[in-house]
Design a protein. Structure first.
Length: 461
């Protein structure tokens, strides 16, 4: 559901009590953390309980599992309801807020409200936003800037996705999927890449690219734009913005020397580019390179971004959020380097009907860089199913022999992976949905002992 952004965006201090519908999600949970730290009375609800909800309760939030109009009884005129894009018009809490005339904000406006009064550095791009925002955050922390931050994933070192710092800088992941990044007016920004996605929202690749120009046009005239120009879309954006008089800093993974002898937490050209973008932004703020590099070297990753889940039976297990062909290519490059002499066994869960319809075949081709592939059923998320769009669009396009490609359900995926993995291999689970549950199941099965070979489940490709 698309909730309109109000013409006047109030700072968080003027929102009254705030109730967040979908408070357990990556975006709203971070906003809730910042609001709680700023002294706002926060409540919320989510469909299922989770460690995230427990953490918010520990910070003082009143959090309910399930959605019910009664959860808004404590709100009065002048208070605020915030909704995620996953919430629809039939949600009883949203309907009750509208009936009572409460202020209703989308996620983007709520984030803008907590940004008010800070010097915002926004990180945008089709891929790599979360990792780059995380790298920038830890680099600025090491340089003494102590930023407030809101990231679309939990930092491995702290276990949280947002916190209030004492400095003037606010580092924010700026999401283009629903146009949220157009609500912000940052001082400066990083754009990692501009690679067509979310065409259910934007319609065409051209409209998608134009949205990034609109985003960049909103930067402070005194600010700057960092672009990772290994990506053609970001390179074109850099050229257009520089021609318009914007201060533009270009970075490329080919300039690895700028990182000196810094060892990053994971290999891969796209992670090098992310680190270089964070370094460039920090230096553009006037912070010392040596301190920024110390932060980049100390970075230990972000949950669901090439996250090491563990090792059992001689098999290493990683999990990552990749759900677009370009992201799959990048993470398989990184995983191949991590695997060394071992094989790469990958489970991929396609995400969204619209994305799979457009990019399914390209996803399958990208998965061909693995040695063994298991394709899970399509994760529907916010869209209605389409009988013509299934995970077969992906599996049938994987350029590997049929015996090395299998289809599986979420429930059978772990057993399928374990049957294929051998000591020395690396198992990687990929996707933006529930596939993240599979890695721990793989480790549990591996700890119980070896299997005899692939299962008899359906295969294809």
């Amino acid at each position: 559901m698309r909730v309109p952004v109000p013409d006047v965006l109030e700072p968080v201090e003027r929102l009254g009590r705030v109730h967040l519908v979908g408070i357990g999600g990556a975006g709203l949970s971070g906003i809730a953390r910042i609001m709680l730290a700023r002294g706002v009375e926060v409540s919320g609800s989510d469909g299922t309980d989770s460690p995230t909800l427990d953490a918010l309760r520990a910070l003082g939030a009143r959090v309910e599992v399930g959605h019910d109009a009664a959860h808004l009884q404590h709100l009065e005129a002048g208070d605020t309801l915030v909704v995620s894009t996953a919430v629809n018009e039939t949600n009883p809490e949203y309907a009750e807020a509208v009936r009572r005339g409460l202020r209703v904000l989308p996620r983007s406006a709520a984030l803008a409200s907590v940004m008010a009064g800070r010097r915002v550095l926004a990180v945008a791009g089709t891929h790599g936003k979360t990792t780059t925002t995380s790298l920038l955050t830890v680099a600025l922390q090491a340089a003494g800037a102590d930023p407030t931050y809101a990231i679309g994933g939990d930092l491995a070192a702290t276990g949280v996705n947002a916190a209030v710092g004492s400095g003037e800088v606010f580092v924010a992941e700026a999401d283009e999927s629903d146009g949220a990044f157009l609500v912000y007016e940052p001082y400066a920004a990083i754009v990692t890449n501009v690679d067509a996605d979310h065409l259910d929202q934007w319609g065409t690749p051209e409209a998608y690219a134009a949205a990034f120009d609109q985003f960049a046009d909103g930067l402070d005239p005194e600010g700057f734009l960092v672009c990772c120009v290994d990506d053609a879309g970001a390179a074109r954006l850099a050229d257009r913005q520089e021609a318009a008089g914007r201060r533009v800093v270009r970075v490329t993974a080919a300039d690895r020397s700028a990182l000196g002898d810094t060892t990053l937490w994971a290999p891969g050209d796209h992670y090098v580019a992310d680190a270089l973008a964070a370094l460039a932004a920090g230096e553009a703020l006037g912070l010392p390179r040596a301190d920024l590099l110390r932060g980049l070297a100390a970075y230990t990753g972000t949950r669901r971004r090439m996250e090491r889940k563990g090792e059992a039976g001689g098999v290493r297990v990683y999990d990552s959020y990749a759900h677009h062909p370009t992201e799959i290519e990048g993470d398989l490059q990184s995983a191949r380097l991590l695997a060394g002499e071992g094989r790469l066994v990958v489970a991929f869960q396609p995400h969204l009907v619209s994305r799979t319809r457009i990019f399914g075949a390209a996803m399958g081709r990208a998965l061909g860089a693995a040695d063994e592939v298991v394709v899970l059923d399509l994760y529907l998320a916010r869209e209605e199913p389409d009988p013509a769009v299934t995970s077969r669009l992906v599996a049938d396009a994987v350029p590997l022999p049929p015996g090395r490609v299998a289809s599986a359900t979420l429930a059978s995926a772990a057993a399928e992976l374990v049957a294929r993995a051998r000591p020395g291999d690396l198992v990687l689970t990929l996707g933006a949905g529930t596939v993240t549950r599979v890695g721990p199941e793989v480790l549990d099965l591996l700890a119980d002992g070896p299997t005899d070979g692939p299962t008899d489940g359906p295969s294809g490709g």
